[in-house]
Structure formats: structure tokens, C-alpha cells
Design a protein around this ligand. Structure first.
Ligand code: SAM
Length: 281
């Protein structure tokens, strides 16, 4: 027995199924089930929700989600070695865990989920930011998910919640904060994982807002912000050259000084600039 359920402790599961961690798959496992249950609780009440988990590995967080009452968990795992361990969890929670052996970057998980949906994952670091950007930029808003509760390297977590004027502020902060409420919910030292990664980690909780904070076309905003931060040390009149023939006037109309740099411009001003650019003939 291992505390939160009747399944064997994770060290035993890893030994039984020979799940030595592979760096190429971003494998740093959480073996403390009290910690995984704590991470699951960050997502709030899951009793009426489906939960999408990417990269369950040996299933520590999966067990936390199920023990905390998730209605159903859909877990997408690329590593076939983990499937036997995950199937033991599915047997312990009949009808509540579905595991798909796939690359999360190739699979449309929405086909396998019923709303309301929460996403909770200790993401593989190599695909974490890519997945976050996809979840933040769906074809229409609100997205398929109500909230995202995601483990990141501390440095990436700080970029998501960063405010203008800070070094971490950039494209990720603007994209995340435009349409979600984003906060760092937990910080974890390297020793919380097996094997320990080189850096600290943090769990970020993002709640989808019903509507964007400020009006803007998603594609135009993404383009403006990417261009602005691509040369973050340059004044915006130079960094955004080519975006519009009269870019200085557009910046002024959006309430931005042409001599400002991207890192000092707030979300509201970026959205105003995106509207100015979208209005171009
Ligand atoms: N959730 C487990 C835990 O907390 O102990 C494992 C987390 S580990 C950081 C990341 C997991 O994602 C590994 O099990 C790895 O095999 C899996 N993974 C890596 N790339 C993936 C991908 N593209 N699609 C799905 N799973 C992937």
C-alpha cells in the first residue's frame, strides 16, 4: 500500500516494469504520491470533469488525479514501456482511466474527451512550451479546456506570469495573460524528481477567461508580439519596421511611444497595436 491508493509504491512499479528514466523523452518522474495529489488539487474540483494528462510515465500524477476524484482521465504516453504500469492503474479505477499510446503533438485529444475538461500534466520539457502555445492559440475561444495545470522549468513558469518591465516578460506572457488568469501555484526543487533535473520546477495554473481581456485578432496579435520581441532591445519603431508603412503613427495611435522597447509595453497596448495593424487597408 502506498497511502493514496491500494497500488504498489512507485519505486516498486518502476523496478517491476524496468522503467529507467530516459533523457530523450524528458523523463523526470514524481514518486511521492502525496506531492502528486497536491499537484492534482491545484486543478480544483475534478469530480465533474474529464482530465487530459500528457506524459503519465509510471503514473504518479495519474494516481493523484484519480485519487482526488477526477471523473475520467485520458492519459497520452509516448513510451510503450509505461503501458503495463498504467494498465494496472486503469484496473484499480474501472472505467475512469483511458491510456493512449501516442505522441501528444500528433494526436487530437479532443476526440476522446467530454466537456468540461481540465488539463493537468508534468510535461516533458522538450515539448512543454510547444503544447502550451497550441493550447493557448486554438482556432476559437473559449478553448476546449477550462484550466491548464502544468509543470514547467521554473524559468518558463516565470515567463508565463511575467509583467512588463521584467526580463522574463515576452511573447509567452502576452499570449498567456491575454485570455487566461495565470499564476504560479507551487515551486518544486530538483530533488522532488527522479532523476533530479538540473533546474527547479514550478506548477503553473491557467484558467481560461470567457473572453479575451482586450479585443484583438489572434493571428495579428501573435505576429505583432513575435516581431516586437524578436528584437527586444530595439526601439519598436525599428523592431516593427515593415509591419506597416506608417508604423510610427500606428504606435502613437495605440498609445505607445515609437522609442519604447517591447519589454515595457503592456498587454492592453499590444492589443491596441494589433487593432491598428488589422485596420490597415
Ligand atoms: N507524469 C509523470 C510523472 O509526473 O512522474 C512523468 C513525467 S515526465 C517529466 C514526462 C513524460 O512524458 C514521460 O513519461 C515521457 O515518456 C512522456 N513524453 C515525452 N514526450 C512525449 C510526447 N511527445 N507525447 C506524449 N508523452 C510524452
Amino acid at each position: 500500500m502506498s497511502g493514496i491508493d491500494a497500488l504498489p509504491p512507485l519505486r516498486e512499479v518502476i523496478a517491476t516494469h524496468d522503467l529507467s528514466a530516459r533523457k530523450s523523452l524528458g523523463q523526470n518522474f514524481l514518486l511521492d504520491l502525496n506531492l502528486t495529489a497536491k499537484i492534482a488539487r491545484v486543478a480544483g474540483d475534478m469530480t465533474g470533469s474529464d482530465v487530459l494528462e500528457v506524459g503519465p510515465g509510471p503514473g504518479g500524477l495519474t494516481r493523484g488525479l484519480l485519487a482526488e476524484g477526477a471523473r475520467r482521465v485520458l492519459a497520452i504516453e509516448k513510451d510503450t514501456r509505461c503501458l503495463a504500469a498504467l494498465s494496472e492503474i486503469a484496473q484499480a479505477y474501472p472505467g475512469r482511466l483511458e491510456v493512449i499510446n501516442a505522441d501528444a503533438l500528433d494526436l487530437d485529444a479532443t476526440q476522446h474527451l467530454t466537456a468540461p475538461i481540465k488539463v493537468v500534466a508534468n510535461l516533458p520539457y522538450n515539448v512543454g512550451t510547444e503544447l502550451l502555445i497550441r493550447w493557448l492559440t486554438p482556432p476559437s475561444w473559449p478553448p476546449f479546456w477550462q484550466s491548464l495545470t502544468l509543470m514547467f522549468q521554473r524559468e518558463v513558469a516565470e515567463r508565463i506570469v511575467a509583467q512588463p518591465g521584467s526580463k522574463a516578460y515576452g511573447r509567452l506572457a502576452v499570449l498567456a495573460q491575454w485570455r487566461t488568469e495565470a499564476k504560479i501555484a507551487l515551486s518544486l526543487p530538483p530533488e522532488a524528481f527522479t532523476p533530479p533535473p538540473k533546474v527547479s520546477s514550478a506548477v503553473v495554473h491557467l484558467t481560461a477567461l470567457p473572453q479575451p481581456r482586450f479585443e484583438a485578432d489572434q493571428k495579428v496579435l501573435e505576429h505583432v508580439v513575435a516581431k516586437a520581441f524578436n528584437q527586444r532591445r530595439k526601439m519598436l519603431r525599428a523592431a516593427l519596421k515593415g509591419l506597416a508603412p506608417d508604423i510610427e503613427d500606428r504606435l502613437i495611435a495605440a498609445g505607445i511611444k515609437p522609442t519604447d522597447r517591447a519589454e515595457t509595453v503592456g498587454l492592453e497596448q499590444f492589443c491596441a497595436l494589433a487593432r491598428e495593424v488589422a485596420a490597415l487597408p
